[in-house]
Ligand binder design. Structure first.
Ligand code: C5P
Length: 218
């Protein structure tokens, strides 16, 4: 039978990555941070001077990327770029290129390949709607913009990257707007997704809820 998948979709900095990690750890499953694929494609384009508005060029670039995933770390051309991927310039470029249909199509097979036994927890924007529509559990994770801006701020500061909380909030709201309004794979809950608002929730509490949903899945 098919390898089980839990999808966690939601807006920027809603805590998807953290929740995906804790749930995967509890179940002994693999993880897919799909945003990192858009980010690493953005980084490669910036480094090589590829036109980030050219869908065909971006798709070709994505298909030729030399990537290696090691747990939560990502290597591009033999270099650990995990830290660089968090740069704001990389994130905003990733947000813009993610509207390109050719690029999304090129990354489709890459994402399916992460579905390996004993299971996968995949986080992003379209995991439940487009990439793994047959997933037995789909979570749509939200949190208030203020909370998300604060979390992203702390995340960046803890990595030694300076930031302004007001700019971060404006930027994440602009990204969400773009993700929700694009024509291809827009950010929205799958019809059968369960909604989880973690604004006032600890990571442990959210993890507990998802594990309970998983245990009770139909
Ligand atoms: O989640 P993260 O911020 O790392 O994603 C970077 C960008 O990639 C997002 O702003 C979003 O536009 C895009 N993305 C997407 N589909 C996904 C994951 C991320 O369009 N499944």
């Amino acid at each position: 039978s098919l390898v089980p998948v839990i999808t966690i979709d939601g807006p920027t900095a809603s805590g998807k990555g953290t929740l995906a990690s804790t749930v995967a750890q509890a179940l002994g499953y693999h993880t897919l941070d799909s945003g990192s694929l858009y980010r690493v494609t953005a980084l490669a384009a910036l480094n090589r001077g590829v036109d980030t508005t050219d869908g065909e060029a971006m798709a070709a670039l994505a298909r030729g990327l030399n990537l290696r995933f090691e747990g939560e770390r990502l290597w591009l051309d033999g270099q650990d770029v995990s830290h660089e991927l968090r740069r704001e310039e990389v994130g905003s470029t990733a947000s813009r290129i993610s509207a390109l249909g050719e690029l999304r199509a090129a990354l489709y097979a890459v994402q399916l390949a992460f579905r390996r036994a004993p299971g996968l927890v995949a986080d992003g924007r379209d995991m439940g709607t487009v990439i793994f529509p047959d997933a037995p559990l789909k979570v749509f994770l939200t949190a208030s913009p203020a909370m998300r801006a604060e979390r992203r701020y702390k995340q960046l500061i803890s990595k030694g990257i300076s930031a302004s909380i007001d700019e971060l909030r404006a930027d994440l709201e602009a990204r969400d707007e773009r993700d929700r309004n694009r024509l291809i794979a827009p950010l929205k809950p799958a019809q059968d997704a369960l909604l989880l608002d973690n604004s006032a929730q600890t990571v442990q509490a959210s993890t507990g809820i998802v594990l309970q949903w998983w245990a009770q899945r139909g």
